[in-house]
Design a protein around this ligand. Structure first.
Ligand code: SAH
Length: 237
C-alpha cells in the first residue's frame, strides 16, 4: 500500500517528515519544482510530495498543487492521496486555532462564472472526497468540514458570499486543485486540515496565520500519525 501526502509548505510537512524519518529523493521530479520524500511505515510506503519552492519561498496555491498531484499520481501510483496543511476556518462554526478537521467535500470559492448547469457548476468544483473520510473522522474523534479553495489568503466579500452559499468551512489555497486532479484519475483523496486563523475573527489574516503556524503544524503531525495508522489498517484500501 502506498499513501501519498501532497503538502504545500515545508513548515506543514516538516514535523511528520522528521517523525517518520523519511528521506528526500533528490531530483525525482526534475525539472519540476515538487519534491519527493519517501519511507516505510509498518510495511506501507509513505510518500510526502511538497509543492516545492521558487525564489526561496514555498509554492503555495493551485497551480503548484496541480503539478505536484499530477506528477505524484503518474509517477508513484498511490492507493490514496492525502492533502494535508493549514487553513482558515470560522468562529461562527465553532472552529478553534490548531483544531484538525477531515474534509467532507471540496469546492472553489473565487471562480465567479455564471451558468447554473454549465460553467458555473464546473467552476465550483465540488469534487468527490474519499468515501471513507467520514468513518475515519468518526473513528479518530475529529470534526469534518467542507474544504473551500481560492487563490488568495485574504477573503473578499464576494468570496464569503460563495462560501456561505455553498457550505464552505475550511478555507485554503490548494485543496480543490488536488481534488480535481485526483478525480481525473479516480484516486481517492482525503483532506487533513489544521486551523491557523479564523476568517471571522476580525484579526489581520497573515498576522494570525504566522502567529499560529507552529502550533497548527504540531497538531497536524499528531493528527497525521493517527490518520496514517488508520489508513494502513483500513481493509478498504
Ligand atoms: N508562505 C507564506 C504564507 C502562506 S499562505 C508565509 O508563511 O510566509 C497560506 C497557506 O496556508 C496556503 O498554503 C493555504 O492553503 C493555507 N491557509 C491557511 N490559512 C488560510 C486562509 N485563511 N485562507 C487561505 N489559505 C490559508
Amino acid at each position: 500500500m502506498r499513501i501519498c501526502y501532497v503538502v504545500a509548505m515545508v513548515a506543514e510537512a516538516k514535523p511528520f517528515i522528521e517523525r517518520y524519518g523519511i528521506q528526500l529523493v533528490e531530483d525525482f521530479f526534475s525539472p519540476l519544482p515538487c519534491q519527493l520524500y519517501e519511507g516505510e511505515v509498518n510495511g506501507a510506503t509513505l510518500n510526502v510530495v511538497l509543492n516545492g519552492q521558487q525564489q526561496g519561498s514555498d509554492l503555495i496555491g493551485c497551480e503548484a498543487a496541480s503539478v505536484a498531484t499530477l506528477s505524484a499520481i503518474q509517477r508513484l501510483h498511490p492507493d490514496i492521496v492525502v492533502n494535508s496543511g493549514t487553513c482558515g476556518a470560522f468562529k461562527k462554526n465553532g472552529a478553534d486555532i490548531a483544531q484538525v478537521f477531515i474534509g467532507s467535500g471540496v469546492m472553489f470559492h473565487d471562480r465567479r462564472v455564471p451558468g447554473d448547469n454549465t460553467w458555473g457548476t464546473q467552476s465550483l468544483g465540488n469534487y468527490p472526497v474519499w468515501e471513507g473520510s467520514q468513518e475515519l473522522a468518526k473513528a479518530l474523534g475529529m470534526k469534518t468540514g467542507k474544504v473551500t479553495t481560492g487563490s488568495s489568503l485574504d477573503m473578499q466579500p464576494c468570496d464569503l458570499e460563495i462560501i456561505e452559499k455553498n457550505g464552505g468551512e475550511l478555507k485554503d489555497m490548494e485543496g480543490a486543485a488536488v481534488g480535481f486532479v485526483c478525480s481525473l484519475f479516480n484516486v481517492p483523496i482525503l483532506y487533513v486540515k489544521s486551523v491557523t486563523d479564523l476568517c471571522d475573527s476580525g484579526a489581520e489574516t497573515f498576522e494570525e496565520f504566522s502567529r499560529n503556524l507552529h502550533q497548527a503544524c504540531e497538531a497536524l503531525k499528531v493528527a497525521n500519525e493517527k490518520v496514517i495508522d488508520y489508513l494502513i489498517n483500513d481493509p478498504k484500501l
